[in-house]
Design a protein. Structure first.
Length: 240
C-alpha cells in the first residue's frame, strides 16, 4: 500500500538573523543563486476519520520472544495533534535538482516483534544494514532478496529503485518495515507525533511529496509554506 500526494512549497527569504546570502561572481558567468538556507519543519496530520485497526496475530514462532499473541496494528500510528508517524516527506526543487546524498545512519534493528525504525531512508545504491537484536526468525526478506541474520549478526543489502521497499522479518509477513530510497537531498521521516525537520534547505520553490504505507491516493494539494519563524508547515493526509 503505497501512495504519494504532492504539495507546492515556497520557501520565503529568511530574515537577516537566519543566514546571510553570499554571492560569488566570476567573469562571463551568470550570477549565482542565493545561498541562504533554512531549517524547514512541520507536521503531517491525519485528516478525516481514523482507520479501523484490528490487532495483529504474532507469528507463533515469535510469540515466546514477543511475550504476547497479538499486538496493535503498527501500520497507522497517530500521536499528539493527530500527527501521523512514519511518513516520508521529500522536497523537490521546482525547475531544478537536489541530488540525494548518502544517509549517515542506514541501520535497521530486527527486534523480537518489530523492525526499529519501521521506516529507514537510504540514498540510491546505498546499503541498508540489518542487525538481529532478538528476532527469532533468522531471515530478512524483501522483493528479490533473502538474507540469513543469526542472533547478533549484521548483514547489508543494497537498495536502488526510488520509493518504498517492504522488508519482512517472519514467514507470515506480520513483521514488516520499509526501506525508502529517496530521490532528493531534502527528506525526512516523521516522528511519533508526525513532526519532521530538514536542515540546510536552500531558499526557493519546492514540491513536497508525502508517502505513508496507508496513504490514500488523491489529487495534488497546493499550499504556501511559511518559514519556521512564521509557523510550522501542516500537511494533511487521509489514510485508509
Amino acid at each position: 500500500m503505497r501512495g504519494r500526494s504532492a504539495l507546492l512549497l515556497a520557501l520565503l527569504p529568511a530574515v537577516a538573523a537566519c543566514a546571510r546570502a553570499a554571492e560569488v561572481r566570476e567573469p562571463e558567468r551568470a550570477a549565482p543563486r542565493s545561498t541562504t538556507r533554512h531549517a524547514v519543519s512541520g507536521q503531517v496530520v491525519l485528516e478525516g476519520v481514523m482507520p479501523a485497526l484490528a490487532r495483529i496475530d504474532v507469528d507463533p514462532a515469535q510469540r515466546a520472544v514477543c511475550g504476547h499473541e497479538t499486538h496493535p496494528d503498527p501500520t497507522c500510528a497517530v500521536g499528539r495533534g493527530r500527527g501521523v508517524a512514519n511518513c516520508v516527506v521529500e522536497l523537490r526543487p521546482v525547475g531544478g535538482e537536489a541530488p540525494p546524498r548518502l544517509v549517515p545512519d542506514a541501520r535497521i534493528a530486527k527486534r523480537p516483534c518489530a523492525f526499529e525504525p519501521r521506516v529507514r531512508l537510504v540514498a540510491p545504491g546505498q546499503r541498508a544494514r540489518f542487525r538481529n537484536e532478538g528476532g527469532r526468525d533468522p531471515y530478512v526478506r524483501g522483493l528479490g532478496f533473502e538474507v540469513l541474520l543469526r542472533a547478533g549478526a549484521e548483514e547489508s543489502v543494497v537498495f536502488r529503485g526510488a520509493g518504498a521497499h517492504a522488508v519482512e522479518g517472519d514467514e507470515r509477513g506480520t513483521m514488516r518495515g520499509y526501506v525508502y530510497v529517496v530521490s532528493s537531498a531534502h527528506a525526512a521521516v516523521t516522528d511519533a507525533d508526525g513532526g519532521f525537520r530538514m536542515p540546510n534547505v536552500p531558499a526557493g520553490d519546492y514540491v513536497a511529496e508525502v508517502w505513508h504505507e496507508r496513504i490514500r491516493r488523491g489529487a495534488p494539494v497546493l499550499v504556501r509554506v511559511p518559514l519556521p519563524k512564521e509557523g510550522a508547515l501542516r500537511v494533511p493526509v487521509a489514510l485508509r
